[in-house]
Design a protein around this ligand. Sequence first.
Ligand code: PLP
Length: 355
Amino acid sequence: MRQATVHIDREALQYNLNRVKQLAPTAKVVSMVKANAYGHGIKDCLAALSSTDAFGVACLEEALEIRALGYAQPITLIEGVFSEDEMNVVINNNLEVIVHHQPQIKWLLAHKELYLAKNLKVWVKLNSGMNRLGFKFAEIIDVIHLLKAEGFDCVLAMHFANADTENHPLNEQQKNQFLQVKQACSPILASCCNSAAIFKWPELNFDFVRPGIMLYGASPFADLSAHDLDIRPVMTFTAEVIALNTIQAGESVGYGSTFIADKIMNIAIVSIGYGDGYPRAFIQQNYVVIHGQKRCVIGRVAMDMIAIDVTDLEITLGTEVELWGKQRLVDDVAEANGTIGYELLCRLSNRPSRK
Ligand SMILES: Cc1ncc(COP(=O)(O)O)c(C=O)c1O
């Protein structure tokens, strides 16, 4: 059987959740498990996140999957509903919505009695400069006052555009607007911290933090690794050596013959490719780890295979290769491929088996 395997370390996930709790001891934790728990597999991750206070997802379908697996914690739909007909399903399944534009307020008010009867909170999103979702500063205070007057328990919510970037000028603007709205609408519950903000701004933890990437043991920062942050990679992605070749100087490897040997080399062919979610584009030399040692990927990544220079290594068919995980951090693979760890994790295909 072809060996391309995603291993999920539930203890690492629990460890990382505990790191969130250490960093934000007074806040409730809304674990972000959207996009199939950042590609890790929702079922396994939920089992390891049983001590979280709540979950955050991007849409109704993701929330219903969590309910179908039997989890009763609060769930926030971080983009709210996409049409009014979702409101009944939301209420029947005890889901909490974000409201970020006027039509959603109308839909919510139309279902007010049932929503309030379930004691569900409403998350009200401030657009403080990211300019994706939310009410602008000039509008949100009226929105919150209206919702409060209608009897809703509101959570003021915001998302930072640059929490991973030290001294970005938008950070101050976003913080200031958030704090001003919070004060103007006091008392109100509040939530603005993703992983980067949890690490950087403990004073902004407030009532709910919303960690995503740090739970999975990848870093939100370009200049700080998972090891620096004391978080543990949850996913280890491995494959096996399926063929061994010796090539002479002047011979090439793979599609396009982009790699040409300048000496006699031993090449291992490994059962992984872009059909599994291993990235094809690269901007720096990429490598894998075999027997604890870094070895370069050579030539083009194909749909099902990559080639590795194993010239000075003793290996056999079936030798395990770590593509990313505890030894080769996903963030470093991402950097070599001009992307971020988030993307590599989320875009794994269904083909690798899961353990
Ligand atoms: C609204 C919101 N909150 C929290 C997060 C978690 O962010 P991170 O994975 O950087 O911790 C996300 C992720 O996209 C988000 O959209």
